[in-house]
Design a protein around this ligand. Structure first.
Ligand code: HEM
Length: 484
């Protein structure tokens, strides 16, 4: 329940927000320095020690979140979560915590993780607050966790303000309508055909039968999204290698994990960003410049071909569209958000099909019964294949491309979640991997069973599954634009 003396709680929460185990690190340093026998330093060390102790007791026993179970270290410090984030093992760690502690787990002094389908409705779905309309508080973005593009202009994913995000999303959504996607189909098909040809060559080549499918799937998705965005592909399929532009993107993903962890310590992040070596800053801005140049060249070409840029430019004709700088930022984001995710979804699905011969056989039988020729397979005709669609849903559930947690922050007024009061500023994270493989939502959650997505008798064994738990594209105003 919401505590009556909310203001005292909020004050205490805010006061303790910047402290935790991290203070112990500072303390360690101070203790070593204080061995130099400077009285004032010893005093400061002692005061900090007492403060840390009080903070730990408060976080553990008296914080409004203290009734939510979780490991002791997580209750008093943000470090365990940040460490897992940096190592890339956070989703597995969160899943094991949920299995041990239940659907709500305290993962930091001011952070809880939720592994129930309710999180989609209660946290991710909300009414967008627009100027002049009634303001309804909702869980929002944690600004510190997002990185502003090097040109300093927000893209759809980094922008914090509801109204600004709404404006950008409305423009970008034009490029993802049913009609738009149908018009872009020939561009997609061109690269899929090229993939099949190149795979045939690779299989018949020197290393007969040995093909790194993960690499090839990345080649094809980066070529497709690159072409739709910049008007020219990266030539990955042609050269059988990832373009250097993409290599930089992969490197920046690792850096983003690190910066995401630093986002839990805003003051450390601020110092870190200031001290970033000039060489690193140069790589960042060169990458942004090269993307901006590609966008400028594409716009200067005046091509009317139906692709992202044509549609984004058309959507902006009413004056509410994206500025050139916003196009630069969003183009890079679209390539990043659309390529690696799709490749990962496909390689996960292929992995499970190869490991489940019965499913593979049933799928190929369905496809071969529906089509006589490869050319007959289109966006529209493949829509109506129930088993293929069930395989895709199950692939996205069990091998979700974005397995980590999406974090939201309780509004300053605080908000309820699953019967618990989340004070203002509490971070609520929903780990995709943990939710999609929660044994309370799915029968045999770690097994690949497309049948759970079918109707009728085939689904009987999975009758109790809560399919709405699996939302690989997220939901609500910040959900994926590329879902279709
Ligand atoms: C299987 C493939 C994909 C998966 C699993 C996926 C997943 C997601 C998820 C989970 C989010 C929400 C992230 C958050 O709230 O922090 C998201 C956002 C987004 N995705 Fe996707 N995505 C996929 C493909 C694509 C494609 C093909 C595109 C475009 C070419 C795309 C563009 C975007 C954009 C622009 C956003 C930001 C939306 C916003 O902030 O309003 N995604 N995606």
């Amino acid at each position: 329940m919401r505590p009556a003396n909310m203001s005292i709680h909020t004050l205490l929460e805010n006061l303790t927000a910047s402290y935790g185990l991290a203070t112990v690190l500072v303390l360690g340093t101070l203790i070593s320095v204080s061995l130099l026998k400077t009285d004032s330093l010893q005093q400061l060390t002692f005061q900090l020690f007492i403060y840390t102790l009080i903070d730990a007791v408060y976080q553990n026993c008296f914080s409004p979140l203290s009734d939510i179970p979780g490991p002791f270290l997580c209750r008093i410090s943000r470090l365990p979560n940040c460490y897992r984030l940096i190592t890339g093992l956070q989703p597995f760690w969160l899943r094991s915590l949920h299995l041990q502690y239940g659907p709500l787990v305290r993962t930091g002094p001011h952070q809880v993780a939720c592994a129930r389908p309710e999180v989609w409705k209660d946290v991710m779905t909300y009414k967008v607050n627009l100027p002049g309309k009634e303001h309804i508080p909702h869980f929002g973005r944690d600004e510190a966790m997002y990185i502003i593009p090097p040109n300093g202009v927000h893209h759809i994913h980094s922008v914090h303000d509801d109204a600004e995000h709404h404006r950008i999303k409305r423009t970008i959504a034009h490029a993802f309508s049913e009609k738009a996607l149908r018009e872009m189909e020939p561009i997609v098909t061109k690269y899929v055909d090229q993939l099949i040809t190149r795979l045939d060559e690779a299989v018949d080549g020197e290393e007969k039968g040995k093909v790194d499918l993960v690499a090839w799937l990345n080649y094809v998705t980066f070529d497709i999204i690159g072409d739709l965005t910049f008007g020219a592909s990266f030539g990955c399929l042609q050269d059988s290698t990832l373009h250097p532009w993409i290599a930089t993107v992969f490197d920046s993903l690792r850096a983003a994990c690190f910066l995401g962890a630093l986002g839990h310590f805003p003051w450390v992040k601020a110092v870190f960003m200031t001290l970033l070596p000039p060489s690193l800053k140069r790589i960042q801005s060169e990458h942004q410049n090269s993307s901006s140049k590609k966008v400028d060249e594409r716009m200067a070409s005046g091509s009317e071909r139906p692709d992202f840029m044509t549609l984004l430019a058309a959507a902006g004709k009413d004056g509410n569209g994206l500025s050139r700088e916003e196009l630069h930022s969003n183009a890079t984001l679209l390539v990043l958000a659309g390529s690696e995710t799709t490749a990962t979804a496909l390689d996960g699905l292929l992995f499970h099909l190869c490991h489940n011969p019965a499913v593979y056989k049933k799928l190929t039988t369905e496809i071969r019964a529906a089509f006589e020729n490869y050319e007959d397979t289109t966006f529209e005709t493949t829509h109506s294949l129930p088993y293929m669609n069930a395989c895709i849903e199950e692939g996205l559930r069990i091998h979700t491309p974005a397995p980590t947690d999406i974090t939201r922050m309780a509004p300053p007024e605080g908000k309820m979640l699953m019967g618990h009061w989340m004070p203002g500023g509490t971070k609520v994270s929903n780990c995709m991997l943990a939710i999609f493989t929660d044994p309370d939502s799915f029968m045999d959650p770690l097994e690949f069973h497309p049948e759970r997505w079918l109707g009728g008798q085939e689904r009987e064994r999975f009758e109790g599954d809560r399919l709405e738990a699996a939302q690989p594209f997220s939901v609500g105003p910040r959900g994926c634009v590329g879902k279709k």
